[in-house]
Design a protein around this ligand. Structure first.
Ligand code: UD1
Length: 367
C-alpha cells in the first residue's frame, strides 16, 4: 500500500532533530501529515526551543504526558496516543529513536493494525540493562518499515532474522537537520558569546542513569571534569535529570566547570562544531561529532552506534572516569582520530524516507 495519512511522533529532545526533516519532506511531497508530541519532555529548554530552532510547526496534538517512572510514562502515552490515533486514523505512524514515546506509540499503532515505520531502526548496544535498548528491540519488533541509519543496523536486523523486505537503508535523518542548520548555528557565535575561543574548549553532557543515578559515580565524573577544566575550559550544559541528581545528592560541581542550562539546538550545534572535544554519554552527540569531524569521548561501556567508532571520531572510554583527563590530553597533544562521514549521512535521508513510502510499503499483516 502507499500510505497517505502519516502521523509523525515526537516526545523527547533527541526525537525532534530526527523527525523535523522527515515531517517537512512528507508534507512537501503532499502526504497528509499530523505531528503528535507526547509531552515526554515539556520544559521550554527541552522541547519548545527545538521547534523554533528546527522550523517545525507547533504540534497538531500535544498529549502532555510529562515525567514519571517508566511504567507510568509509557502507560500514559499508550492511552493518550491511542485516543489520538482513533480520531485521526493514520495509515502509517512514524516513530523515531529509542525513547519511551517511541515504543509506546509503535505499540499503539501495531495493536490497531496500522503500519509503523521506525526511523533509526536496527541499532543495538546489546546492553539489556539500558531502557533504550529494550525500547529499540521492541519498537523494531512491531515496525513494518525499518528505516535504518547505517549498514551495521541492517546487519543487526538480518542477524535477528528480520526479512529483507522490512529493512530500508535511508541514512541518518538527524544529520539532515545538522546539514540544514549548521551555517546558521555557526553564525550565532554562541561559544564566543560565552567567552570561549574556537578550538580551545571542551563540552560535556551527561544524563544516562548509568552515569548520573549513583551519587558516588556522579561525584567521580564531576571531579574528572574538574581536572580537565584546570587546563581547558569545560562547558557543561546540564540535563534536568543530572541537575536533579546533583542537587539531591548535595554534590558540588568543581568551580572551573562552566555549568549552563540546557542549550537550544542551534546554540548547541554551533558550540559543538567549534569545540576541541566532546565528553558525553549521549547517542546523538556521538553521531553529530562524527558528522562534524570533532573528537568525541564517550563515557559508556558500549554503544549502539559503532559506526561512529569504526568510521567516525568517537572513542569509547568505558566506564572509568579516570580515563577522561588522559584522553582529553591525548587529543590536545594532536593524537585525535581522523574519521570519515558514514554512507547516507549526507543530508538526504528524509528524501529517501519519502521515496520508500512512495514506492509502496508491505506490512506485517499482509505477510
Ligand atoms: C530520555 C530518554 C533518553 C534520552 C533522553 C534525552 C527514555 C527512556 N529516555 O531520558 O533515551 O537520551 O531523554 O534527553 O525515554 N525532566 C525535566 N524536564 C523535562 C523532561 C524531563 O525536568 O522537560 C526531568 C524530570 O525530572 C524527569 C527526568 O528529567 O523525571 C527524566 O526524564 P525522562 O523523560 O523520564 O527521561 P530522560 O532522562 O530525559
Amino acid at each position: 500500500m502507499i500510505p497517505s495519512r502519516v502521523a509523525c511522533v515526537v516526545g523527547a529532545r533527541p526525537n525532534f532533530m530526527k523527525v523535523a526533516p522527515v515531517y517537512a519532506a512528507l508534507t512537501r511531497a503532499g502526504f497528509a501529515t499530523r505531528l503528535v508530541h507526547t509531552g515526554q519532555h515539556y520544559d521550554a529548554k527541552m522541547s519548545a526551543v527545538f521547534f523554533d530552532d528546527l522550523g517545525m510547526p507547533r504540534p497538531d496534538a500535544f498529549l502532555g504526558v510529562g515525567s514519571g517512572d517508566h511504567a507510568q510514562q509509557t502507560a500514559a502515552i499508550l492511552q493518550k496516543f491511542d485516543a489520538d490515533v482513533a480520531e485521526w486514523q493514520p495509515d502509517l505512524v512514524l516513530v523515531a529513536g529509542d525513547v519511551n514515546s517511541t515504543i509506546a506509540c509503535a505499540l499503539v499503532a501495531a495493536k490497531r493494525n496500522i503500519a509503523v515505520g521506525h526511523i533509526e531502526a536496527g541499532l543495538r548496544s546489546r546492553d539489556w540493562t539500558m531502557p533504550e535498548e529494550v525500547n529499540r528491540v521492541l519498537t523494531d519488533a512491531c515496525s513494518d518499515l525499518l528505516l535504518t541509519p547505517s549498514r551495521d543496523a541492517d546487519d543487526n536486523l538480518r542477524a535477528e532474522g528480520v526479512a529483507d523486505w522490512r529493512i530500508h537503508f535511508v541514512g541518518n535523518c538527524m544529520i539532515d537537520s545538522l546539514r540544514t542548520h549548521l551555517a546558521h548555528a555557526r553564525a550565532l557565535q554562541t561559544p564566543q558569546s560565552l567567552g570561549l575561543t574556537a578550538g580551545h574548549y571542551a563540552v560535556a553532557t551527561l544524563h544516562r542513569p548509568s552515569n548520573v543515578d549513583e551519587p558516588a559515580r556522579l561525584a567521580q565524573i564531576l571531579a574528572a571534569l574538574g581536572a580537565v577544566a584546570r587546563d581547558l575550559p569545560v562547558l557543561f550544559p546540564i540535563h534536568p535529570r543530572t541537575q536533579k541528581r546533583i542537587e539531591d545528592a548535595g554534590l558540588a560541581v568543581p568551580r572551573d566547570v562552566r555549568l549552563v542550562e540546557p542549550m537550544g539546538y542551534l546554540q548547541f550545534l554551533g558550540t559543538m562544531a567549534d569545540a576541541q572535544v566532546l565528553v558525553t554519554d549521549s547517542g546523538g552527540i556521538q553521531e553529530e561529532t562524527t558528522a562534524l569531524g570533532v573528537p568525541c569521548l564517550t563515557l559508556r561501556a558500549n554503544t549502539e552506534r559503532p559506526i561512529t567508532v569504526t568510521e567516525g571520531t568517537n572513542v569509547l572510554l568505558g566506564l572509568d572516569p579516570a580515563t577522561i583527563a588522559p584522553a582529553v590530553a591525548a587529543i590536545r597533544a594532536g593524537r585525535s582520530k581522523q574519521g570519515r562521514v558514514p554512507e547516507g549521512w549526507d543530508g538526504h535521508a528524509a528524501d529517501r524516507v519519502v521515496e520508500t513510502l512512495r514506492a509502496g510499503i508491505r506490512t506485517l499483516r499482509e505477510d
